[in-house]
Ligand binder design. Structure first.
Ligand code: GLC
Ligand code: GLC
Length: 651
């Protein structure tokens, strides 16, 4: 869009650019800058327009983009142009992801190169390597307390290692995802250190207060994220003799985005990593980016403006890069991280589908799909050029973040239902063989979340210990049916490392005093490669899970209806144990896949006459694409065996 104020500012800025920038051939950069500058200017102005240094900061912003564009390697510039042409590339069903800690997966970054074959064997072609940047030992929050945003942690490797890995992955058409922890830094980051030494410039990078007056006002409405081991949202710093806002751990200082210098630093970091060959950046804890007294300090409008600004600027310099929003918030809120009132994502192209994840766990515990059905039904449509990251487990806990209203519509009372789920997954509920651990238990609010590996949460370890073959088989079926849901739902399935071989809880974290208080470490495994070898041995649990997932991934990739174009229809089956939806090939609407999943112990019947949204689906011709089998249909009812999933086609 053209607008005079922003256009004349842009002209002034271009005139003032340093000569070394002006001399370069920046044709593509200028075209994109011209196209985006109206948006960039209005966002920057809304956020920072009342500051005296507004113009100087706007110049800094443009210079940062231009410098990083100049440094962007040619192959990446080419890839940007290709991705611009084929701008829906990431919605295709070909992508299947895995999140992993490189030290847990392969010891370090260098060894990862030798493990790429394993990922390829499984069919994974998008790899989220969990935080790799320098962190103080012991006070790292699993990599999310960064002390240097441009340095790889010594224990994991060097910058060259990640660069080499990125090159290797690109050559094999595997996408690389890395984190940028945008909300906070470690208290040992150089900015924090300078702030402690009294440098005003860096104190302004954080929320720092002389006394409790303002912190107390904030506390009135801010929830606690880690109530067990880091209560409250502020920490007293002895050296500075001041209070610092620390929403997460006391050693994670929240960055102050009402200071434009912080935003520009972060943009520079994002572009730095983009230029190292990262395809997708996972922006951590984005819901927390803006703090306002009297609010929960989550999902504030300005947090969205900041993300829009980062996106617009990134689009100028490195338009091929995508953002993932890590916003583990209510469905109506999470959808806003794609950007509102738009067709293309204006903020992050990809968002964690935490609601779907939690709903799936609800179906596991209850053996029915009432809440899952409500939740999916009320999940807002995503934007056209945006997609979900569908996952079952990740390095974090499971929060029971569904909507209370949906719980009520499903026929439960919210408080007691949540308590049931916690009891179920921590094994307290009679008959439950789940072995999860509580996380983030808050005595004041009686809330809790859940840690535990996928296999342990579905009772694989308990079943193996008891030697109960039927129970082992059930656990394996659970692992597979849950994966069948994330593979077929629409979006990018993101597996969690170790789950592909049924990795159970690992309690060794309890021996490390820095980890013992954080039960999330129970599901951050070190892969046992001898155990992984068992995936080739007939009859082993490893083989049953790995080979089934491998097949599921391969089949998914062949089904265009599984690409993500808002092409899903949910069915009301009238049977509470089943979940059924169809997926439609956006280019050939006659190509439909009916997904049916039975979450119960007993066989269930699906009354086909209820599938009014699937007129003319030819049930006399159906075939399950996963097994190649024809399922039983009896008197217009499809029979679904216990814990079984179907991907049915009628072609
Ligand atoms: C994100 C990370 C989580 C971390 C938190 C604070 O939620 O996923 O592991 O504890 O941010 O950085
Ligand atoms: C924050 C994050 C969430 C994470 C939690 C740490 O709430 O948004 O992802 O689970 O911190 O456990």
């Amino acid at each position: 869009m053209y607008e005079q104020v922003s256009h004349s500012l842009l002209n002034e800025i271009l005139n003032e650019l340093k000569p070394d920038i002006k001399r370069r051939d920046l044709r593509h950069f200028y075209t994109r800058l011209g196209a985006n500058f109206y948006a960039i200017h209005s966002l920057f102005h809304t956020l920072y327009g009342d500051r005296d240094d507004f113009r100087a900061q706007a110049l800094n912003l443009v210079e940062t983009m231009a410098r990083q564009y100049i440094e962007r390697p040619d192959p990446l510039k080419k890839s940007d142009i290709n991705r611009e042409k084929n701008h829906n590339w990431f919605l295709a069903q070909k992508w299947v992801g895995m999140a992993l800690y490189s030290n847990g997966f392969s010891g370090n970054l260098q060894n990862m190169q030798t493990r790429i074959d394993y990922l390829e064997e499984l069919g994974v072609n998008l790899v989220h390597i969990m935080p790799i940047l320098a962190c103080p030992e012991g006070h790292s929050d699993g990599g999310y307390a960064v002390s240097n945003f441009r340095k790889v942690d010594n224990r994991i490797g060097k910058l060259e290692d990640i660069q080499a890995l990125a090159d290797q992955m690109r050559a094999r058409d595997i996408l690389l995802v890395l984190d940028v922890v945008v909300n906070h830094t470690s208290n040992e980051h150089s900015w924090a250190k300078k702030a402690k030494q009294g440098e005003k410039k860096y104190q302004d990078y954080y929320y720092i207060f002389d006394n409790r007056e303002i912190p107390d006002m904030f506390e009135e409405s801010m929830p606690e994220i880690f109530p067990e081991n880091s209560p409250g949202n502020f920490t007293w710093d002895e050296e500075m003799q001041k209070w610092v806002m620390t929403v997460f751990h006391d050693y994670q200082w929240d960055l102050n985005y009402s200071n434009p210098a912080v935003l520009i630093e972060m943009l520079d970091i994002i572009l730095f990593w983009g230029n190292r060959g990262v395809d997708i950046l996972r922006l951590d804890a984005v819901a927390f980016l803006w703090k306002k007294i009297g609010s929960t300090c989550q999902n504030e409008r300005e947090a969205h403006l900041i993300l829009q600004l980062l996106k617009d600027c990134c689009q100028v310099t490195a338009p091929g890069i995508l953002f993932i929003a890590e916003a583990i918030v209510a469905p109506v809120e999470v959808i806003k991280y794609f950007g509102e009132d738009a067709i293309n994502a204006k903020e992050c192209e990809i968002a964690y589908n935490a609601t779907f994840m939690a709903l799936l766990w609800d179906a596991v515990a209850t053996k029915n799909t009432r809440l899952l059905y409500q939740g999916i039904k009320n999940l807002p449509d995503k934007l056209e050029r945006a997609t979900w990251l569908n996952y079952l487990r990740c390095h974090d806990d499971i929060g029971l973040g569904f909507d209370d209203n949906d719980i009520i519509l499903a026929g439960y009372e919210p408080k007691s239902h949540r308590k049931f789920l916690i009891d179920y997954f921590t094994g307290k509920f009679d008959g439950s063989i789940a072995r999860g651990l509580p996380f983030g238990a808050n005595e004041k609010t009686a809330d809790s979340r859940i840690s535990g590996s996928l296999a342990s949460l579905v009772g694989l370890d308990a079943a193996m210990e008891s030697g109960d073959k039927a129970a082992i088989e059930r656990a394996i079926k659970h692992i597979l049916l849950l994966h069948s849901m994330i593979m077929s739902f629409g979006g990018i399935p993101l597996l969690y490392y170790g789950d592909e071989i049924g990795t159970i809880n690992d309690f060794s974290y309890r021996d490390d005093p820095h980890k013992a208080g954080d039960s999330r470490w129970v599901h951050r495994p070190v892969i046992d490669w001898e155990k992984a070898e068992l995936r080739h041995k007939q009859g082993t649990v490893e083989m049953q899970i790995f080979s089934a997932l491998k097949k599921m991934i391969a089949v998914r990739k062949l089904i265009p209806a599984f690409a993500d174009f808002n092409n899903r229809q949910l069915h009301d089956t009238g049977n509470h144990h089943l979940c059924a939806f169809s997926r439609i090939n956006p280019h050939h609407p006659e190509e439909r896949i009916l997904v049916v999943v039975n979450f119960d112990y007993s066989p269930q019947h699906l009354d086909l006459t209820r599938l009014s949204k699937l007129p003319s689906f030819q049930f006399n011709k159906v075939k399950d694409l996963y097994t190649g089998e024809t399922p039983s249909i009896f008197k217009n009812e499809l029979v679904v065996p216990p814990f079984r999933f179907y991907w049915l086609t009628d072609l």
